[in-house]
Design a protein around this ligand. Structure first.
Ligand SMILES: *[C@@H]1O[C@H](CO)[C@@H](O)[C@H](O)[C@H]1NC(C)=O
Length: 328
Protein backbone atom coordinates (compact mmCIF):
# COMPACT_ATOMS: atom_id res chain seq x y z
CA UNK A 1 0.00 0.00 0.00
CA UNK A 2 1.42 3.41 -0.85
CA UNK A 3 1.68 6.24 1.62
CA UNK A 4 -1.27 8.13 0.25
CA UNK A 5 -3.54 5.15 0.65
CA UNK A 6 -2.20 4.51 4.15
CA UNK A 7 -2.88 8.11 5.10
CA UNK A 8 -6.38 7.90 3.66
CA UNK A 9 -7.09 4.75 5.61
CA UNK A 10 -5.86 6.41 8.78
CA UNK A 11 -8.09 9.41 8.14
CA UNK A 12 -11.04 7.11 7.59
CA UNK A 13 -10.47 5.21 10.84
CA UNK A 14 -10.07 8.44 12.80
CA UNK A 15 -13.28 9.80 11.29
CA UNK A 16 -15.31 6.71 12.05
CA UNK A 17 -13.90 6.23 15.55
CA UNK A 18 -15.96 8.81 17.51
CA UNK A 19 -19.17 7.68 15.82
CA UNK A 20 -18.54 4.05 16.63
CA UNK A 21 -18.11 4.96 20.30
CA UNK A 22 -21.27 7.07 20.29
CA UNK A 23 -23.29 4.29 18.69
CA UNK A 24 -22.23 1.76 21.29
CA UNK A 25 -23.89 3.33 24.33
CA UNK A 26 -22.58 1.83 27.53
CA UNK A 27 -25.92 1.38 29.29
CA UNK A 28 -27.26 3.38 32.21
CA UNK A 29 -30.26 3.86 34.47
CA UNK A 30 -32.94 6.51 33.93
CA UNK A 31 -35.18 7.34 36.89
CA UNK A 32 -38.36 9.31 37.42
CA UNK A 33 -38.20 11.73 40.34
CA UNK A 34 -40.84 14.03 41.77
CA UNK A 35 -44.02 12.18 42.65
CA UNK A 36 -43.31 11.40 46.30
CA UNK A 37 -41.44 13.15 49.12
CA UNK A 38 -39.83 9.78 49.79
CA UNK A 39 -37.78 10.38 46.63
CA UNK A 40 -35.39 12.37 48.81
CA UNK A 41 -33.82 15.47 47.33
CA UNK A 42 -32.68 15.71 43.75
CA UNK A 43 -29.15 16.29 45.06
CA UNK A 44 -29.17 13.08 47.09
CA UNK A 45 -30.62 11.23 44.09
CA UNK A 46 -27.78 12.33 41.82
CA UNK A 47 -25.17 11.79 44.56
CA UNK A 48 -25.90 8.04 44.51
CA UNK A 49 -24.00 7.92 41.21
CA UNK A 50 -26.54 5.31 40.09
CA UNK A 51 -28.28 7.30 37.38
CA UNK A 52 -27.43 8.56 33.92
CA UNK A 53 -30.75 10.38 33.49
CA UNK A 54 -33.20 11.91 35.98
CA UNK A 55 -36.69 12.73 34.69
CA UNK A 56 -38.54 15.43 36.61
CA UNK A 57 -42.16 14.33 36.88
CA UNK A 58 -44.37 16.06 35.81
CA UNK A 59 -45.43 19.11 33.87
CA UNK A 60 -49.00 17.86 33.80
CA UNK A 61 -51.12 20.81 32.67
CA UNK A 62 -50.35 22.40 29.29
CA UNK A 63 -51.56 22.83 25.72
CA UNK A 64 -54.88 23.95 24.28
CA UNK A 65 -54.54 27.39 25.85
CA UNK A 66 -54.17 26.05 29.40
CA UNK A 67 -51.90 27.92 31.80
CA UNK A 68 -49.04 25.41 32.22
CA UNK A 69 -48.70 23.84 35.64
CA UNK A 70 -46.56 21.18 37.23
CA UNK A 71 -46.85 18.74 40.08
CA UNK A 72 -43.80 17.71 42.07
CA UNK A 73 -45.88 16.29 44.92
CA UNK A 74 -44.65 17.56 48.28
CA UNK A 75 -41.26 18.62 46.93
CA UNK A 76 -42.28 22.22 46.37
CA UNK A 77 -45.81 22.32 47.71
CA UNK A 78 -48.44 21.39 45.19
CA UNK A 79 -48.82 23.45 42.05
CA UNK A 80 -46.21 26.02 42.87
CA UNK A 81 -42.99 27.13 41.19
CA UNK A 82 -39.98 25.18 42.31
CA UNK A 83 -37.03 27.53 41.93
CA UNK A 84 -35.38 25.88 44.92
CA UNK A 85 -34.54 23.06 42.51
CA UNK A 86 -32.28 25.31 40.45
CA UNK A 87 -29.07 24.62 42.44
CA UNK A 88 -29.95 20.93 42.72
CA UNK A 89 -30.49 20.61 38.96
CA UNK A 90 -27.13 22.32 38.37
CA UNK A 91 -25.50 20.01 40.92
CA UNK A 92 -26.80 16.97 39.05
CA UNK A 93 -25.63 18.31 35.70
CA UNK A 94 -22.17 19.02 37.15
CA UNK A 95 -22.03 15.36 38.18
CA UNK A 96 -22.77 14.37 34.58
CA UNK A 97 -26.40 13.39 35.21
CA UNK A 98 -28.78 14.51 32.48
CA UNK A 99 -31.91 16.19 33.86
CA UNK A 100 -35.03 16.10 31.66
CA UNK A 101 -38.48 17.55 32.26
CA UNK A 102 -41.23 14.98 31.82
CA UNK A 103 -44.50 16.05 30.22
CA UNK A 104 -47.73 14.28 31.02
CA UNK A 105 -48.10 11.40 33.48
CA UNK A 106 -51.19 9.54 34.54
CA UNK A 107 -52.88 12.45 36.29
CA UNK A 108 -53.29 15.88 34.76
CA UNK A 109 -54.94 17.92 32.07
CA UNK A 110 -53.03 18.16 28.84
CA UNK A 111 -53.52 17.89 25.11
CA UNK A 112 -52.50 19.71 21.96
CA UNK A 113 -55.19 21.33 19.84
CA UNK A 114 -53.33 22.02 16.58
CA UNK A 115 -49.86 22.14 14.99
CA UNK A 116 -49.70 25.83 16.01
CA UNK A 117 -50.50 24.84 19.57
CA UNK A 118 -47.64 22.34 19.43
CA UNK A 119 -45.34 25.14 18.28
CA UNK A 120 -46.49 27.38 21.13
CA UNK A 121 -45.86 24.65 23.69
CA UNK A 122 -42.41 23.98 22.19
CA UNK A 123 -41.56 27.69 22.39
CA UNK A 124 -42.80 27.82 25.99
CA UNK A 125 -40.68 24.81 26.98
CA UNK A 126 -37.66 26.27 25.25
CA UNK A 127 -38.03 29.67 26.91
CA UNK A 128 -38.80 28.40 30.42
CA UNK A 129 -36.70 25.24 30.78
CA UNK A 130 -34.13 24.89 28.02
CA UNK A 131 -32.54 28.28 27.56
CA UNK A 132 -31.19 29.40 30.95
CA UNK A 133 -33.80 32.13 31.25
CA UNK A 134 -35.86 32.27 34.42
CA UNK A 135 -38.75 29.83 34.64
CA UNK A 136 -40.65 27.71 37.17
CA UNK A 137 -37.48 25.77 38.04
CA UNK A 138 -35.25 28.85 38.18
CA UNK A 139 -32.73 29.78 35.53
CA UNK A 140 -31.90 26.34 34.24
CA UNK A 141 -30.89 24.77 30.97
CA UNK A 142 -32.37 21.32 31.23
CA UNK A 143 -30.92 18.50 29.15
CA UNK A 144 -34.17 17.70 27.44
CA UNK A 145 -37.86 16.92 27.38
CA UNK A 146 -39.61 13.60 28.02
CA UNK A 147 -43.01 12.70 26.56
CA UNK A 148 -44.90 10.53 29.07
CA UNK A 149 -48.25 11.00 27.37
CA UNK A 150 -50.92 8.77 28.87
CA UNK A 151 -54.05 10.87 28.49
CA UNK A 152 -55.78 13.61 26.52
CA UNK A 153 -55.72 12.90 22.79
CA UNK A 154 -53.13 11.32 20.53
CA UNK A 155 -52.95 14.32 18.22
CA UNK A 156 -50.00 16.58 17.36
CA UNK A 157 -47.36 14.94 19.58
CA UNK A 158 -45.34 14.37 16.41
CA UNK A 159 -45.63 18.10 15.71
CA UNK A 160 -44.35 18.88 19.19
CA UNK A 161 -41.36 16.56 18.63
CA UNK A 162 -40.58 18.25 15.29
CA UNK A 163 -40.92 21.76 16.77
CA UNK A 164 -38.59 20.87 19.63
CA UNK A 165 -36.17 19.32 17.15
CA UNK A 166 -36.18 22.55 15.12
CA UNK A 167 -35.28 24.46 18.27
CA UNK A 168 -32.43 22.13 19.24
CA UNK A 169 -31.02 22.30 15.72
CA UNK A 170 -31.09 26.12 15.79
CA UNK A 171 -29.78 26.58 19.33
CA UNK A 172 -27.93 24.04 21.41
CA UNK A 173 -28.75 20.36 21.33
CA UNK A 174 -31.00 18.83 23.96
CA UNK A 175 -32.42 15.33 24.25
CA UNK A 176 -35.89 14.08 23.52
CA UNK A 177 -37.31 10.99 25.18
CA UNK A 178 -40.63 9.18 25.00
CA UNK A 179 -42.14 6.72 27.47
CA UNK A 180 -44.70 4.59 25.59
CA UNK A 181 -46.56 1.57 27.00
CA UNK A 182 -45.18 -1.73 25.70
CA UNK A 183 -48.16 -2.82 23.55
CA UNK A 184 -47.39 -1.65 20.03
CA UNK A 185 -48.31 0.66 18.49
CA UNK A 186 -48.61 3.00 21.48
CA UNK A 187 -51.94 4.81 21.31
CA UNK A 188 -50.62 8.25 22.24
CA UNK A 189 -47.04 8.26 21.05
CA UNK A 190 -46.80 6.08 17.96
CA UNK A 191 -46.81 8.92 15.44
CA UNK A 192 -44.33 10.91 17.48
CA UNK A 193 -41.97 7.94 17.87
CA UNK A 194 -42.10 7.35 14.12
CA UNK A 195 -40.48 10.77 13.57
CA UNK A 196 -37.25 9.09 14.75
CA UNK A 197 -36.42 12.20 16.78
CA UNK A 198 -36.33 10.57 20.22
CA UNK A 199 -32.83 9.91 21.48
CA UNK A 200 -34.30 7.69 24.20
CA UNK A 201 -37.37 5.47 24.07
CA UNK A 202 -38.23 4.42 27.63
CA UNK A 203 -40.71 1.62 27.09
CA UNK A 204 -42.97 0.86 30.07
CA UNK A 205 -42.89 -2.91 30.51
CA UNK A 206 -45.35 -2.81 33.42
CA UNK A 207 -49.11 -2.66 33.90
CA UNK A 208 -49.22 -4.37 30.49
CA UNK A 209 -49.35 -8.16 31.06
CA UNK A 210 -49.28 -9.00 27.32
CA UNK A 211 -45.73 -7.70 26.86
CA UNK A 212 -44.04 -7.86 30.23
CA UNK A 213 -42.30 -10.27 32.59
CA UNK A 214 -44.57 -12.99 33.96
CA UNK A 215 -44.07 -12.67 37.69
CA UNK A 216 -46.14 -15.76 38.46
CA UNK A 217 -43.92 -18.25 36.62
CA UNK A 218 -40.75 -16.23 36.01
CA UNK A 219 -41.15 -16.42 32.24
CA UNK A 220 -39.51 -13.64 30.23
CA UNK A 221 -40.73 -14.75 26.78
CA UNK A 222 -43.36 -12.04 26.22
CA UNK A 223 -41.04 -9.37 27.61
CA UNK A 224 -38.14 -10.32 25.36
CA UNK A 225 -40.34 -10.65 22.30
CA UNK A 226 -41.71 -7.17 22.92
CA UNK A 227 -38.17 -5.84 23.52
CA UNK A 228 -37.11 -7.21 20.13
CA UNK A 229 -40.15 -5.67 18.43
CA UNK A 230 -39.43 -2.28 19.95
CA UNK A 231 -35.70 -2.19 19.35
CA UNK A 232 -36.06 -3.30 15.75
CA UNK A 233 -38.95 -0.94 14.98
CA UNK A 234 -37.22 2.30 16.00
CA UNK A 235 -34.25 3.87 14.18
CA UNK A 236 -30.76 2.60 15.08
CA UNK A 237 -29.95 5.97 16.67
CA UNK A 238 -32.98 5.79 18.99
CA UNK A 239 -31.75 3.98 22.10
CA UNK A 240 -34.28 1.90 23.97
CA UNK A 241 -34.46 1.55 27.74
CA UNK A 242 -36.33 -1.27 29.47
CA UNK A 243 -38.78 0.55 31.75
CA UNK A 244 -39.49 -1.37 34.98
CA UNK A 245 -41.08 -0.90 38.41
CA UNK A 246 -38.38 -0.27 41.04
CA UNK A 247 -40.29 -2.35 43.60
CA UNK A 248 -43.19 -4.85 43.65
CA UNK A 249 -45.65 -2.10 44.61
CA UNK A 250 -44.33 0.61 42.27
CA UNK A 251 -46.79 -0.59 39.62
CA UNK A 252 -49.78 -2.90 39.45
CA UNK A 253 -47.62 -5.64 37.93
CA UNK A 254 -44.50 -6.27 35.89
CA UNK A 255 -41.90 -6.28 38.68
CA UNK A 256 -38.76 -8.33 37.96
CA UNK A 257 -36.75 -9.41 41.02
CA UNK A 258 -33.14 -8.16 40.65
CA UNK A 259 -31.66 -11.66 40.39
CA UNK A 260 -34.06 -12.58 37.59
CA UNK A 261 -33.32 -9.35 35.75
CA UNK A 262 -29.59 -10.00 36.09
CA UNK A 263 -29.69 -13.64 35.03
CA UNK A 264 -32.56 -13.88 32.53
CA UNK A 265 -33.01 -10.47 30.95
CA UNK A 266 -29.98 -8.16 30.98
CA UNK A 267 -27.53 -10.60 29.34
CA UNK A 268 -29.91 -10.84 26.39
CA UNK A 269 -31.04 -7.24 25.94
CA UNK A 270 -27.50 -5.89 26.33
CA UNK A 271 -26.66 -7.54 23.01
CA UNK A 272 -29.12 -5.29 21.19
CA UNK A 273 -27.19 -2.57 19.36
CA UNK A 274 -29.58 0.22 20.39
CA UNK A 275 -29.83 -0.93 24.03
CA UNK A 276 -29.76 2.17 26.24
CA UNK A 277 -30.22 0.69 29.71
CA UNK A 278 -33.01 0.43 32.27
CA UNK A 279 -35.63 3.03 33.18
CA UNK A 280 -37.12 2.81 36.68
CA UNK A 281 -40.40 4.04 38.11
CA UNK A 282 -39.59 5.67 40.44
CA UNK A 283 -36.97 7.09 42.80
CA UNK A 284 -39.23 6.69 45.87
CA UNK A 285 -39.65 2.96 45.25
CA UNK A 286 -35.98 2.59 44.38
CA UNK A 287 -35.05 4.09 47.76
CA UNK A 288 -37.28 1.59 49.54
CA UNK A 289 -36.26 -1.49 47.54
CA UNK A 290 -32.58 -0.73 46.88
CA UNK A 291 -33.13 -1.82 43.26
CA UNK A 292 -30.70 0.36 41.31
CA UNK A 293 -27.87 -0.46 43.74
CA UNK A 294 -28.39 -4.15 43.05
CA UNK A 295 -28.63 -3.98 39.26
CA UNK A 296 -26.32 -1.05 38.49
CA UNK A 297 -23.14 -2.88 37.54
CA UNK A 298 -25.04 -5.39 35.38
CA UNK A 299 -26.84 -2.67 33.39
CA UNK A 300 -23.56 -1.41 31.93
CA UNK A 301 -22.25 -2.93 28.76
CA UNK A 302 -18.59 -3.94 28.58
CA UNK A 303 -17.43 -1.34 26.08
CA UNK A 304 -13.82 -1.61 27.16
CA UNK A 305 -13.03 -4.66 25.09
CA UNK A 306 -14.61 -2.97 22.08
CA UNK A 307 -12.72 0.30 22.60
CA UNK A 308 -9.48 -1.65 22.99
CA UNK A 309 -10.07 -3.36 19.67
CA UNK A 310 -10.71 -0.07 17.87
CA UNK A 311 -7.65 1.50 19.51
CA UNK A 312 -5.54 -1.45 18.40
CA UNK A 313 -6.79 -0.97 14.85
CA UNK A 314 -5.87 2.71 14.96
CA UNK A 315 -2.43 2.09 16.43
CA UNK A 316 -1.90 -0.63 13.83
CA UNK A 317 -2.81 1.67 11.00
CA UNK A 318 -0.67 4.53 12.35
CA UNK A 319 2.36 2.31 12.64
CA UNK A 320 1.74 0.91 9.16
CA UNK A 321 1.62 4.45 7.75
CA UNK A 322 4.77 5.44 9.60
CA UNK A 323 6.53 2.32 8.37
CA UNK A 324 5.68 3.11 4.80
CA UNK A 325 6.60 6.81 5.16
CA UNK A 326 9.91 6.04 6.82
CA UNK A 327 11.08 2.65 5.56
CA UNK A 328 14.27 1.62 7.44
C1 LIG B 1 -31.63 9.58 13.70
O1 LIG B 1 -31.18 9.56 12.37
C2 LIG B 1 -32.07 10.16 11.43
C3 LIG B 1 -31.45 10.02 10.07
O2 LIG B 1 -31.35 8.70 9.73
C4 LIG B 1 -32.30 11.61 11.78
O3 LIG B 1 -33.24 12.17 10.88
C5 LIG B 1 -32.81 11.73 13.22
O4 LIG B 1 -32.86 13.08 13.58
C6 LIG B 1 -31.88 11.01 14.17
N1 LIG B 1 -32.47 10.97 15.48
C7 LIG B 1 -31.80 11.30 16.58
C8 LIG B 1 -32.53 11.16 17.86
O5 LIG B 1 -30.65 11.69 16.57
Amino acid sequence: MDTKRQALLLLLVLTIFPFTIKASSSGGIAIYWGQNLGDGTLTSTCDTGNYEIVLLAFLNVFGGGRVPSWNFAGHCGDWSPCTKLEPEIKHCQQKGVKVLLSLGGAIGSYSLSSPEDAKNVADYLNAKFLSGQSGPLGSVTLDGIDFDIEGGTNLYWDDLARELDNLRQQNSYFYLSAAPQCPRPDHYLDKAIKTGLFDYVLVQFYNNPSCQYNQANGDATDLLKSWNDWTSSVLPNNTVFMGLPASPDAAGNGYIPPNDLISKVLPIIKQTSNYGGVMLWDRFHDVGNDYSNQIKKYVKRPVLRFVTKVSEAIVGSISASLNSMFPN
